[in-house]
Design a protein around this ligand. Sequence first.
Ligand code: ZN
Length: 312
Amino acid sequence: MKAIAIDIGGSHGVCAVVDDRRILAAERVAVADTTSFAKLLPDLSAAVTAALGNCGLRAADCAGVAVSFPGIVDPFSARIFSTPKGKYDDSNTVDLNAWSRECLGLPLRIENDARMALLGEQYCGGLAGCGDAVMITLGTGVGGAVSMGGRLLRGKHFQAGMAGHIPVLFHGRACICGSRGCVESEASTWALPEICRAWPGFEESRLAAEKGLDFAALFRCSGGGDPVAMAIRDRCLTVWASGIVGLVHSFDPEAVVIGGAVMKSADQILPFIEEYVHRHAWTPWGKVRISATALGPDAGLLGAVPLLGEPC
Ligand SMILES: [Zn+2]
């Protein structure tokens, strides 16, 4: 099956043409105004047309459009219910079905980006043949998705498996979801600058000289032996690992896959999480398999065919 796959991120999108397990062509789209999804649609149309042209195909050669989106969505009606504040704030007013029909003449489905990544990993990545799995994505926020018995777990309101909003500290930092001490508010890219600046000794640490306080900077400074950076790194790793223990106890997966941009530092993340989860999770049957994403940023695009093939 050929399909059009669109992956919407916070700062850019990717429009691709996929043929089952292969990406035939992909076009990157910069997001000029992160508050408006409607303003992005003409650029997405142009990028889809360019991607189709690059592989000598027409829209009619494709079975449909699959959109990976960073928010709470209904995959079947293509409605977007909620996004983090300041990101695509108008998206609940966008009629994606109408856009796809008018521009491409194709049916459309949308799914949360972490769930799309999980679908992709199961279809042709590190989770092939694994029906009971959990995905956690570490990036600007923290995403999550769950598959049980080979089916995505969505819940009544499409919010099941939101790994980033599992509370790990009930008196912790305020989160964008309205709760406190979530995995995301304690260890994500948006929360990290505030966490660093509030840390005792920050002003004297190597972190204070960094231009941007992201995880690349944190791992660079901690790798260089800076004690403040090492302490913050260990705290973030413990937050993620603790959240994963919660996911293991909630969903009893065979495997946990960790993705997202922060996993560029997988060598500093995976060994800690593996050791922590194997020590703290109650799994008398053995050890849950923990790995980094096999498909990286392509996972969400390669979830297109299984999403479109899923019965309503
Ligand atoms: Zn939260």
